[in-house]
Design a protein around this ligand. Structure first.
Ligand SMILES: C[S@@+](CC[C@H](N)C(=O)[O-])C[C@H]1O[C@@H](n2cnc3c(N)ncnc32)[C@H](O)[C@@H]1O
Length: 340
């Protein structure tokens, strides 16, 4: 019988099939009855298992806060599939507060943990060098910082291409008024310069459709999508990103659901009904239905979610590429091809 470190993945498995009896919590905000405080570990627990990036993140937080649980139990890292990522993970992740403050970005700890882990795992799994990453939607560069730094963990000269209008498309820039009085592209470039990531990043100030129209197919190892968020635009962005990705690449994106695990995902009918809205509120919670609908439709429910985050991801297969080509061939009006 085991506990995980902070991840309530317990919800995702059938209890009777799992030896997981819950998780050790250090964050009292976690809503789950299976969360045990560090001083109330049940006696039937004989090990601690790290199953997800969020467990991994907590593993380090426990160390940082001198929580001694780890020395009393056997700790195993189960499905991270990436031995050796602990040190780079922690080096990168410990920058979270500094970068959050500088960029005023909205990624949570879980989001950043997920982004770093997905990229480190992808690099290790495929022993990648000469890495090419693409980001659609960079804003002031919060995610860009972590992606560009992470792809350069084990080898150098790896580049991230950042695509954003940086405020020139109405309705799609976040926290709209901010873009009215700040030159966001200037801010993005200043932040990259100050953080020494300018040489790791190439910026393309244009719409995602314009960029996807000119970028080459089959060259990217990682593609992060955090751009328009509305259903139709996200649908095209993902479909074309699949063409741009290599087989085995990871496509991932933000805002797949609200962060609150108490409501993992709205019902299918509600998603369908609201998918063309920019943001839908349910019980005061904010959902980007367009993102959820587009991801589910294209990957037919096979995309995954990083626990305790809003980050969805899918490792790209030949079948994904064939399906994307097929879906594109079915489009009556293809706004990306129409750019010419
Ligand atoms: C939520 S923000 C991205 C946040 C960023 N990833 C971070 O970590 O802080 C969305 C960004 O997408 C950009 N955007 C929205 N629609 C776009 C489009 N059609 N083409 C290119 N960029 C777009 C906006 O200008 C905005 O900077």
């Amino acid at each position: 019988m085991y506990l995980t470190l902070g991840s309530d993945n317990f919800n995702n498995v059938l209890a009777e099939e799992s030896e997981c009896i819950g998780f050790i919590k250090m964050d009292s905000k976690i809503i789950n009855q299976r969360g045990y405080g560090v001083n109330e570990i049940p006696h039937e627990c004989n090990k601690i298992v790290i199953e997800h990036s969020i467990d991994f993140m907590n593993y380090f937080l426990f160390y940082q806060h001198n929580i001694d649980i780890l020395s009393k139990y056997e700790v195993t890292i189960s499905n991270l599939n990436a031995p050796g990522i602990e040190t780079p993970f922690w080096t990168l992740f410990s920058d979270y507060n500094r970068i959050a403050e500088l960029t005023q970005g909205y990624l949570t700890l879980g989001d950043v943990s997920g982004i770093i882990t997905l990229v480190l795992e992808g690099i290790n799994r495929n022993k990648l060098e000469n890495i090419r990453a693409l980001e659609i939607g960079s804003w002031t560069g919060f995610s860009s910082y972590f992606i560009s730094k992470t792809i350069n963990t084990y080898s150098v000269n790896n580049k991230l291409t950042c695509v954003d209008t940086w405020g020139d498309v109405s309705g799609s820039a976040p926290r709209g008024s901010y873009a009215d009085y700040v030159d966001v592209l200037h801010l993005f470039r200043s932040v990259s310069k100050g953080l020494n990531t300018s040489n790791l990043i190439r910026s393309m100030a244009m719409t995602s459709f314009e960029a996807l129209n000119v970028l080459r197919d089959d060259i990217y190892n990682f593609i992060f999508i955090d751009g328009d968020h509305r259903y139709q635009a996200t649908y095209y962005e993902i479909l074309y990103s699949i063409l741009k990705a290599k087989i085995g690449a990871v496509i991932f994106g933000h805002d797949y659901r609200h962060y609150n695990n108490a409501l993992l995902k709205p019902d299918k009918e509600i998603i369908e009904l609201n998918k063309n809205e920019h943001i839908t509120y349910i019980d005061g919670r904010e959902f980007e239905m367009g993102v959820i609908a587009a991801v589910d439709e294209i990957f037919e429910g096979n995309a995954k979610l990083v626990t305790h985050s809003s980050v969805w991801y899918k490792e790209i297969t030949q079948e994904d590429k064939d399906r994307a080509k097929f879906l594109i061939s079915q489009l009556e009006n293809d706004p990306i091809k129409q750019i010419g």
